[in-house]
Design a protein around this ligand. Sequence first.
Ligand code: CA
Length: 237
Amino acid sequence: MVRKVLIVEDEPDIARLVQSHLRDIGCEADIAGDGATATELFAQGGYELVVLDLMLPDSDGLTLCRTFREQGGYVPILMLTAKTTELDRVLGLEVGADDYLTKPFSVPELMARIKALFRRVEAVQQSALAEPDSPESIEWGDLRIDSARRRVTVAGSEVELTAREFELLQFFASNPGRVFSRVQLLDRVWGYNHDGYEHTVNSHINRLRSKIEQDPSNPRYVLTVWGVGYKFADRVN
Ligand code: CA
């Protein structure tokens, strides 16, 4: 099966390098060197992944990422960024990239991230196929997680989560009371584990808490286990 990938990158050497490595894993990648071309190509559809550079000559990756998200459908977006100061916006709901790498990046690491995103999409598609009319839901205190529709409500109000925040919450809520280290969470929720990315887990947990907890500094659902990691409450008071 050939997967179509859109590479949005204005540096031709990087774009072609990524394109040739994608070809090695059976992907057909188109290159857009600016935002206008990227928007045009994306609108034609059929892409299963977008590799998106943050800094483009006529646009920026954050704007493009939002545009792609607004066009609906779930296409994972991996952002390339040299500006770590933008990370909160890149990963947050405002933009909602599924993953990111900071430049300069290593090609093996980029490919590992891309494969992990493909695996996630497959898992989501399979679970949707497996239970088309029996939505599994988890209820915990005020929190309700509808796995089939990927919706979360707190006390009846819908909470908007990014794809990764949803997966993190669902993973926790499926394993109440079990303690997971940051490395384990990277492995289970992100599908890869690289040294130095533990802070990614912390920032996702902080954002998740700010959305689902009444008092994020005194959480009821996602609890910190000092010196070890995190766990989902095994009972809610
Ligand atoms: Ca650039």
